[in-house]
Design a protein around this ligand. Structure first.
Ligand code: HEC
Ligand code: HEC
Ligand code: HEC
Ligand code: HEC
Ligand code: HEC
Length: 485
């Protein structure tokens, strides 16, 4: 006994449709629609629960799958229409249709087809969605999918203390709330990349970062980030000997909860600092409000309006000082100091630093051009000016030249207009305003002292540009092979 599933009143219009649906266009539509629905059902719970912290899964769920779904939906009637026209014009369109029972071959074919596609899709979706979601959270996906766009950040990231921290740990992070906020900017980004409407360089700060304290304190909890630290900065002069000097600072990082030192004064338990900035990059800060245990003091420049009127107000957090924890670019001077200190560019080649700076500062139109010209220019200098050195130490010159190119490649991205100094770093005060955005002696309350610019407030300067600082010998600190000689 086979049931008549059409019911008497449907037979009139449903039977022709069943007949007409058996065509390749409509069946392709069915495959697409079922695939989209099955994958959508698998992804939806993940996105709603907020397990996936990545905006691109949102894009897939809210944009990537609905698009083919609707396209598939259009294909089904389109196939029906095409078949109706063809059969009509060639005169093979049937006059009558068999009843919609299980014996109806065309109905059976359609049902089998539908069931088979669904089962297949379920099998595939259950296997691949989990992997796909994980893949989208991965560093490879974030750093390499939009290759040109993310290349500067990806390169800098690989070189940072956070090179083992996934992009999504800072950008977005876990939690449904942030997922919803980030989703839209993710969709916007995909359009921008597709149609090449993104700005270059990518403007900073990014707006879909989670609040810094939630993000950073997953790993750097306040009790932990509090020890004072010795900082040794090696510098090479632009003279023939690349003379090495050292600055030694004792950074007064201070306790997270103790209210002392750099961390404690800005982020201690009872402290809130709010500030007003006039530019998007937060480099210009005319107004600062410092609140300790409910007592507020306003420090402002002479031209700032009361209450920071006309400025964008922000509460200070980790990112106001550590704004480039994963993507910090060097200036030529600092980059070369590091490379020479690590022995990657030989400090015993005469005028190596001076020449290297000159070569780095040339404006190359592309990374390819730089790859050809930088090593060649460095080698040529020794070939022409120091033939004796060139004759004896060619491989040393060549490996230094190679590292010089690596310095360029880590820092300069002509396609994204990322050049020397494109992204200011807010730690310190020598290359960019940094701490001195507020600690410049010009931010004062109505009565009392301005925000301190005392050279020993943030660090004790144990030695400044000395070739052989006593403090390092006293402590027995050996920094590199160069120190031993
Ligand atoms: C330790 C946290 C952290 C990690 C990990 C991280 N970022 Fe960032 N990223 C930031 C911060 C903070 C900013 C904002 C910089 C600023 O305000 O100057 C930023 C900015 C950016 C920007 C905006 C442009 C710019 O340079 O300011 C892009 C693009 C970006 N990150 C991509 C990535 C990619 C891709 C990865 C993984 C390969 C990644 N980030 C990993 C913290 C992080
Ligand atoms: C998933 C864990 C994780 C998160 C999230 C994270 N970090 Fe880190 N951070 C690390 C690790 C690991 C190191 C490397 C420690 C080392 O080198 O000994 C590090 C190192 C650092 C350092 C020291 C760098 C140095 O030169 O020694 C700073 C500063 C820092 N992180 C700031 C931040 C800030 C600001 C954020 C938030 C935007 C953040 N971190 C988010 C794990 C994390
Ligand atoms: C007022 C600016 C400022 C703020 C705000 C700030 N830091 Fe720092 N932090 C510094 C400075 C300066 C150093 C020392 C840097 C150096 O020596 O190179 C430092 C050092 C660190 C280090 C390395 C400590 C070590 O022992 O090596 C970590 C980790 C760190 N900060 C994390 C954080 C986190 C997490 C936050 C937010 C909760 C934060 N910082 C907020 C200025 C700041
Ligand atoms: C948004 C403004 C602002 C920025 C940027 C800023 N500070 Fe401060 N800082 C303050 C205020 C306000 C105080 C409290 C007033 C004071 O002590 O002079 C303060 C106090 C301090 C103190 C305590 C001084 C003392 O005498 O006890 C230290 C140390 C310090 N800051 C270090 C830094 C460092 C290091 C940076 C850069 C990495 C920095 N600050 C960036 C606003 C800022
Ligand atoms: C508000 C805090 C603060 C004040 C005030 C301050 N510094 Fe600094 N200084 C820093 C920080 C932070 C660094 C960066 C350390 C690093 O490289 O991570 C730094 C770095 C330096 C360096 C090494 C920079 C380099 O690359 O050679 C020197 C030298 C220096 N400071 C001198 C001074 C002198 C001189 C004064 C007094 C006019 C002063 N500082 C006042 C916070 C401060």
């Amino acid at each position: 006994m086979t049931p008549d599933i059409s019911g008497p009143k449907n037979r009139g219009w449903l039977s022709p449709i069943v007949h007409l649906s058996n065509n390749w266009i409509s069946l392709a539509g069915v495959v697409i629609v079922t695939t989209a629905v099955v994958f959508w059902l698998f992804l939806l719970p993940i996105t709603l629960k907020g397990e996936a912290s990545n905006p691109y899964i949102g894009i897939l769920v809210f944009l990537g799958l609905p698009a083919p779904f609707f396209a598939g939906l259009i294909l089904i009637p389109l196939g029906i229409w095409v078949k109706r026209r063809r059969e009509g014009s060639t005169g093979i369109y049937p006059r009558d249709f068999p009843p919609l029972t299980w014996r109806n071959f065309e109905l059976r074919k359609l049902v089998y087809f539908f069931v088979a596609t669904t089962v297949l899709n379920l099998a595939i979706a259950s296997q691949v969605t989990y992997g796909a979601v994980n893949y989208m959270d991965s560093v490879t996906f974030c750093g390499e999918t939009c290759h040109t766009v993310m290349q500067p950040e990806f390169k800098a990231y690989q070189n940072s203390p956070h090179s083992r921290v996934e992009c999504v740990k800072c950008h977005i992070g876990p939690g449904a709330g942030w997922f919803v906020k980030s989703k839209l900017s993710g969709v916007g980004q995909v359009f921008a990349v597709t149609f090449h409407t993104y700005p270059t360089p990518i403007p900073t700060p990014v707006h879909n970062l989670r609040p810094a304290r939630e993000t950073c304190e997953q790993c750097h909890w306040p009790q932990k980030y509090g020890e004072d630290r010795l900082k040794v900065i090696s510098k090479y002069a632009v003279d023939e000997n690349n003379s090495l000097t050292k600055t030694v600072l004792l950074m007064k990082i201070g306790g997270g909860n103790n209210g002392i030192g750099i961390h404690g004064t800005h982020l201690g338990a009872d402290v809130t600092i709010r500030y007003g900035h006039s530019d998007e990059a937060r480099q210009n800060i005319p107004w600062v409000e410092y609140e300790v245990k409910g007592k507020k003091t306003v420090y402002a420049t002479s031209d700032a309006k009361p209450d920071g009127a006309g400025l964008t107000i922000r509460t200070m957090d980790c990112m106001d000082c550590h704004n480039r924890p994963a993507h910090s670019y060097d200036l030529p001077d600092g980059a070369l100091d590091k490379a020479m200190h690590d022995g990657l560019i030989s400090a015993s080649l005469p005028f190596a630093k001076k020449k290297a700076i000159e070569i780095l500062k040339v404006n190359y139109l592309s990374r390819d051009e730089a790859a050809q010209k930088i090593p060649a220019a460095f080698a040529k200098y020794y070939q022409d000016s120091y033939p004796a050195i060139w004759a004896q130490r060619q491989s040393e010159v060549a490996s230094s030249a190679k590292e010089l190119l690596a310095v360029y490649d880590r820092n300069i991205f002509p396609d994204m207009k990322v050049t020397w100094g494109a992204y200011p770093i807010n730690i310190g005060h020598t290359d960019f305003p940094g701490c001195f955005r507020c600690h410049d002696g010009a931010h004062a309350p109505k009565t009392g002292d301005p925000i301190t610019q005392d050279c020993n407030a943030c660090h004790n300067i144990l030695s400044m540009d000395e070739s052989n600082p006593k403090v390092l010998t006293d402590l027995g600190i050996v920094e590199s092979k160069a120190d031993r000689k």
